[in-house]
Ligand binder design. Structure first.
Ligand code: NAD
Length: 333
């Protein structure tokens, strides 16, 4: 197939490498707002450069991967579905919730297949935890813990336009806990602080946050995030039920110093960043998108409604942090 890729920054250049190695992708067409980025990625991965996102969409692509900066997601998603082209869109749909609601409605009205980028849904251990819950092996799931600890803050320009830690980082955990438990969240309580680079306080953001979630069936979730975890990129999950307890991300590369006497775990080089921690998940995620484009897969593995549910959680967490009180999802809706 002929696949487009728009946005060639940190994640876009990484996706270019993955996509150029997928058997299903015969031609990769790339475009970035910065022409030098387009030229360099096209040359590096043998891709076809397009002069602009509009030119790429008009160039007869079968599907398009949108990995541009967050502010460009909604307009590019609209342009893709208006042209009848299936799209993969990196999270979030938009940093502005009203915009996310409106673009999600636009996608639904178009009937065009769209997959939103939440790669943990494709991590083998996360998938096994999901399967165990669906199979009933865990009994009634009363507690889910999801953790994302970044080694260091992203550049200032990224943080400034990210929409804050809940919309940028915690959303991965919010999607995970909702997907893994199969439960809708009803209330969140978030706390955090801006310790670290002064830019966090300047942008009204925090560098570390914890979010407590109550689900519709009364079960509970705990989400932990920070921009400062110099030991490595820590992405982990624990699911505890009345039948069993399971975990994901507790590999030999977990970025933790285990102080149990005599234990040599974990012994390998810790995960450095999302590129090495989630390489296989990203490949599986983009493979799923090519299946959606070819028709081999009929249902999006992560819909705009899933992304919207997560956006409501982020909105509630943000309000909870600011007002220092529990906030229901209904209230922000
Ligand atoms: N799913 C994940 O795990 C994951 C990981 C990292 C980033 N992301 C998301 O991916 C997006 C990009 O993140 P990043 O870290 O690569 O950012 P980045 O700043 O490194 O790159 C963004 C790129 O988009 C380009 N761009 C901006 N507006 C554009 C437009 N209108 N048309 C074409 N190109 C445009 C910029 O020139 C830049 O090259 C963000 O929305 C982020 O939330 C997702």
């Amino acid at each position: 197939m002929r696949l487009g890729l728009i946005g060639l920054g940190r994640i876009g250049a990484f996706h270019a490498e993955t996509l150029s190695n997928l058997d299903a992708v015969e031609t990769l067409v790339v475009a970035d707002a910065v022409p030098a980025a387009t030229a360099s990625v096209a040359e590096k991965f043998g891709a076809e450069p397009a002069d602009s996102p509009e030119a790429l969409i008009a160039s007869g692509v079968d599907g398009v991967v949108i990995a541009a900066a967050t502010a460009a997601h909604a307009p590019l998603l609209r342009a893709a579905v208006d042209a009848g082209i299936p799209a993969f869109c990196e999270k979030p749909l938009s940093a502005v919730l009203a915009d996310a609601v409106s673009v999600a409605q636009h996608v639904e009205d178009s009937g065009v297949a769209v997959q939103v980028g939440y790669p943990r849904r494709f991590d083998p251990a996360y998938l096994a935890a999901y399967d165990a819950r669906v199979a009933g092996d865990l009994g009634w799931v009363h507690t889910v813990r999801s953790t994302t600890l970044d080694p260091a803050p992203a550049p200032r320009g990224y943080i400034e336009t990210s929409g804050g830690i809940f919309r940028d980082c915690s959303v991965h955990d919010f999607d995970t806990v909702r997907w893994i438990t199969g439960q809708e969240p009803v209330e969140v309580y978030a706390t955090g602080h801006a310790h670290g680079d002064p830019m966090f306080a300047e942008f009204g953001d925090v560098a570390t946050a914890q979010t407590l979630i109550t689900f519709a069936d009364g079960s509970t979730g705990v989400v932990s995030n920070t921009r400062y975890n110099p030991r490595g990129y820590d992405v982990r999950l624990e699911v505890h039920g009345t039948g069993d307890s399971v975990a994901a991300g507790w590999s030999d590369q977990a970025p933790l110093r285990n102080l149990e006497p005599g234990s040599t775990w974990p012994s390998a080089q810790p995960w450095g960043f999302f590129m090495d921690r989630l390489t296989d998940a990203f490949r599986a995620e983009l493979t799923a998108f090519t299946e959606l484009v070819s028709g081999a897969r009929t249902e999006s593995p992560c819909t705009v409604q899933d992304a919207l549910a997560v956006a409501w959680m982020a909105e509630a967490a943000d309000l909870s942090l600011k007002e220092h009180r529990p906030v229901t999802i209904d209230e922000v809706k």
